[in-house]
Each structure stands twice: as C-alpha cells, then as structure tokens.
Write a protein that binds this ligand. Structure first.
Ligand SMILES: Cc1ncc(COP(=O)(O)O)c(C=O)c1O
Length: 209
C-alpha cells in the first residue's frame, strides 16, 4: 500500500502539477490531502481517499480517535468549495506565495551568493544547505542576535541531528518586504565560506543557488 501525502499539491509554482498516484492504482494508494496550507492549519480538516477494502477500518479508526471532525466546519468548507470561492482563493494565493518565493530566492542570490537551496518548487518552504563550520546552531544564534529568527532542520529530524546542517526557510506567513529585509540581515551567515571570503576581498562573487 502506498500512502500519497499530497499536502502541497495546490502550491506548485513553475512546473506542471505532479499527477496523483491514486488515479493510477486506486486499490493500492491511500491519498491524503489537507486544507492546512489553504485556508489555514487551524481548521484541522483534511481528506483521505482510501481503497474500498480499507474504508470501513479508516472510518472506525477515525471514530475511535476523535469521534469525527466538526460537522459545521466541514459544511462551511463544502460551501466554500461548491461556490467556487475555494478555487479562487487558491488562484489568488498561488500568486501571493509565488511572489514571496521569488523574493526569497532573489534575496538569497544577492545576499548569500553560492548558498545551495533545494525544494522551492512547491509549498511554502525552501531548504538552505549550510556549508559553514559548526553546524546549524551558531548560524541560528548569530541571526537571532541580529533580530532574525531562523529554523534549523534538526528540529524536524527524529533524532534531532543537525547533520547535514540545513535551514528551513518558510515564506508562507512572511511578506516580501520582511523576506528581503531578513535575508539581507543574515545572508553573510548563510553563504559558503569561500564565497564569503571572495565577497569580503572585493572580488565578484559568483551568484548561485
Ligand atoms: C509532510 C506533511 N504532510 C501533511 C501536512 C499537513 O498536516 P495537517 O493536515 O495535519 O496540518 C504537513 C504540514 O505541514 C506536512 O509537513
């Protein structure tokens, strides 16, 4: 059985959406979606498309775990979807998040030249790979001293390890101006040492991601 956690599917920027596996093998894939990315995580609503053979067990488990999600919230969401306003909201927010993402990538290229960034194709996060001595903690502490909150990947790992050292750069709730100002303030902490030395010595640093 494959569990397809399709939680960022609505926010994919410069690539075609990835087709759902569920449609290829409905008897082998459990597809999960959520409204946590839109409209909001506080709603605590999602959906699950299970093969018919699992449906009864899933319903029973849901009943035993929380006796069901609030009916009024579900009805309000259904109304939003049926009216077309949910789709309009997605279209509008896709442009908003795309602009924040572009601001983040441009600010990194300008202020942290050479830093490797992965995962910005969908969702609200990019991962910056640190090539700095000492791992995540010194970078996070130095950024905090400058008034910028950074989040290390180590808090997302089961064992809390910071190897490899990475930062999770979220832009879901941060406007473009704040993204630009934040990265401008800490960019030198993220850039790999060689690029930083080049920049400090005045030679043109090679921009990159
Ligand atoms: C991998 C993954 N799946 C699903 C979700 C959505 O979880 P939930 O619907 O419980 O908020 C998230 C939240 O960010 C996530 O990171």
């Amino acid at each position: 059985m494959i569990i397809e956690d399709d939680y960022d599917a609505e926010f994919r920027y410069d690539r075609e959406p990835v087709g759902a596996l569920q449609g290829l093998a409905a008897d082998r894939v459990v597809s999960i979606g959520t409204v946590s990315k839109s409209p909001a995580p506080a709603l605590r609503l999602g959906w699950l498309l299970a093969p018919p053979s699992l449906a009864a067990a899933v319903v029973e488990y849901k009943l035993l775990s929380d006796r069901g999600s609030p009916a009024l919230d579900q009805l309000a969401l259904a109304r939003l979807v049926e009216s077309g306003r949910y789709d309009r909201h997605l279209r509008r927010m896709r442009a908003v998040y795309a602009a924040r993402r572009a601001a983040l990538l441009a600010a990194l290229a300008e202020h942290a030249p050479g830093v490797r960034v992965t995962g910005p194709d969908a969702g609200f996060h990019a991962v910056a790979h640190l090539d700095t001595p000492g791992g995540e903690a010194p970078v996070i502490e130095a950024a905090r001293a400058r008034g910028v909150g950074l989040h290390g990947m180590s808090v997302c790992r089961a064992d809390g390890s910071d190897a490899p050292p990475q930062l999770v750069l979220g832009f879901g709730n941060t406007g473009e101006r704040a993204v630009r100002a934040g990265i401008a303030a800490v960019g030198d902490l993220l850039a790999p040492p060689l690029t930083r030395r080049r920049a400090a010595s005045g030679r043109a640093a090679r921009p990159g991601r």
